[in-house]
Structure formats: C-alpha cells, structure tokens
Ligand binder design. Structure first.
Ligand code: UDP
Length: 317
C-alpha cells in the first residue's frame, strides 16, 4: 500500500514507518520537525518536511491510507498553552481529514492516548469506560476521536484510534529523544548516562503499594505492530477504538529499580512534589485488540523495554 505517516520523524511514528517498510509498503513521512528528527525518518521512506495543514498537496499524489502521529504531546505544556494543543491536535487533524476527503483517501489509523480517560474509576481501563480528560492534551485527542466517529458516519471514513498507555523501549536505533524530556524512563537513563545527577520521583504519597504512581508500559515494537493490524482493520464507515498497554502496572520506584539492574548504575533519586494531573494508577485492558485484531505483545517485560532503550541510548545511531 502507499501510505502517508504524519509525524514519522518522531519516536513512535518512526518505528511504525520502519515496520511498514519492512512489510513492503511504500511510505511517505510528513513531519515539520518541530519535535522530530530528520535522521529518525527510516531509510527507504520519502520525506516531506511540512505541517499537516499542508497534507493535501502530498495526498493529491494518491494514497491508500494515513497513519497520523503528528501532534503536540506534553501534558504540562498543554495546561500552559491550551490554544496550541487545540490548534495543532484538533485543528491540524481536521485539516488533514478534510484533505483526505477531498483527495479520496478514506482510511486512517490515529495515535490516541490513555489521557482521554482522565482519572479512572477502576482499573484495568476498558474502552467503554468514561472519558474525562484532565488536561487539554487528552481533551484535544478525545475531540479527534469524536470527529473520527462523525466522519466515519457521514463520509464513510474507515478509522481506528489506538489509545496508548506508557510507551517504552526502542526498535534498533529508533528511540525516544525529546529536546525537553519529561518521560520517566529516558530521564532515569540520563542519570545512568551521566547526563543528570539524579531523577525526581514526583510524589511518594499516592494510594499505591509503594506510594508512587503506577503505569502500564508497552514496548514500542509491540505498539507499532498494532498499527499494522489496525491498518488492515480500517473498514469504511466504521470508527474503532482500542487500548494499547500490556495490562500490568509498575510503580515509579519499580521502574527505577529495573533501570538500576539493567544499567548497573546506582541512579540516585530525590523526592519531589506530585506533578499536577498525574492519576495514581493507569493500567489498560488490551483485551479488545487482542480478541478482535489478534494483537499479542511479544516484549511484555519491563526489563526488555528498559534494556532496549538503554542499548539504543548508550549507542545512538
Ligand atoms: N515521573 C517521575 N519523574 C520523572 C518523570 C516522570 O516521577 O522525571 C513519573 C510521573 O509523575 C508518572 C510516571 O513517572 O507518575 C510516568 O510519567 P511519564 O511522564 O513517563 O508518562 P505519563 O504517565 O505522564 O504519560
């Protein structure tokens, strides 16, 4: 298939683009490089450096589907600059959907998030649970999910939204590297690499077994694989939503311990205040995607995820 991957110079988009190429698809990456890296675009993909609001010019060449990753994705930044998140994530996606409609491209796989659920009433979270996002990032992604349902009903779009929980690990040299790093595992590994003195643990008084937040980590290679299944599952007139996690929760302290084991570094920690907007526990039920699409995480252990991230960050491409 001929596929457009928006945000394919970012962490998850680049891994999906690489897997699509391995499967023999023709891939064009559209990325404005506002947070992505040109060297993350996999060899073999065509690259267009532009915003998603310019997608129509690219799509006019004739594409079978779009995999849409391009977005602003920092919770804290979204609280400070909500307009930026609404305009990029919702406005940009609506422009993309209009461009798809005008150019006759009617399949899309969308990068959604667990942040659409907000503070859960129960875990593991099911796709049918209430969506009450606690920040503009999650709200803007939820708004896109709503738009996709409407476009499927009105125009026959075939859409699949994948709601990611915490993505970790690396795929070969494709790894997580943000200019402003807010995520736990890359920050912990920066200590082991000697780039930071210590890592802050945001809150030790949560109602969890060790007082630190619990998250569901999924390996980026497994997560990417789900996009290939989702692409095949895009059905005109339907919008499907699937959670993607591994169904097991690890606390911040447990993550730091695994990083100590993998790196052999003592990784000093300091206790810091809770980070606003962090739910105590976020664990997905991924039973629906396993049942309906046959997805099965191959790298479920946290140790594998940390080890792959460590190998890729210790020996960057
Ligand atoms: N966290 C932390 N120190 C850090 C970064 C994150 O204690 O330097 C905590 C954060 O508060 C959350 C968990 O680690 O409870 C996972 O955070 P991350 O930003 O990686 O992902 P999120 O769950 O926010 O998507």
């Amino acid at each position: 298939m001929k596929l457009l991957v928006t945000g394919g110079a970012g962490y998850i988009g680049s891994v999906v683009a690489a897997q699509l190429l391995e499967e023999g698809h023709e891939v064009t990456v559209l990325d404005d490089l506002s947070t992505g890296h040109a060297d993350a675009v996999p060899p073999g993909a065509s690259f267009v450096q532009a915003s998603i609001i310019k997608a129509e010019g690219v799509l006019a060449d004739g594409y079978d589907a779009v995999l849409h990753f391009a977005a602003k994705s920092l919770v804290g930044e979204s609280v400070e600059k909500p307009g930026l998140y609404w305009s990029h994530n919702l406005g940009g996606t609506l422009a993309l959907l209009d461009a798809m409609r005008r150019t006759g491209v009617n399949r899309i796989v969308f990068s959604s998030t667990a942040a659409t659920y907000g503070e859960p009433e129960r875990t593991p979270i099911l796709e049918t649970d209430p969506t009450r996002p606690g920040n503009p990032y999650g709200a803007s992604k939820l708004a896109v999910d709503t738009a996709l349902t409407a476009f499927a009903g009105l125009y026959g779009l075939g859409a699949v939204s994948l709601r990611y929980f915490n993505v970790a690990g690396a795929y070969g040299a494709f790894r997580e590297r943000h200019t402003v790093e807010t995520h736990l595992i890359p920050n912990v590994l920066k200590v082991a690499l000697g780039e930071r003195e210590s890592v802050s643990v945001f809150g030790t008084d949560y109602p969890t077994p060790d007082g630190t937040c619990v998250r569901d980590y999924v390996h980026v290679a497994d997560l990417a694989r789900a996009h290939l299944l989702a692409l095949d599952a895009c059905t005109p007139g339907e919008h499907r939503i699937y959670n993607l996690g591994s169904g097991a929760g690890f606390s911040v302290k447990e993550v730091v311990d695994v990083c100590r084991e993998v790196t052999g570094h003592p990784i000093p920690t300091t206790v810091a205040a809770r980070r606003p907007g962090d739910p105590a526990v976020l664990v997905a039920s991924s039973e629906k995607i396993q049942r309906e699409l046959g997805w099965k995480p191959a790298h479920a252990t946290l140790r594998d995820m940390v080890a792959d991230a460590w190998t890729a960050s210790a020996k960057p491409a």
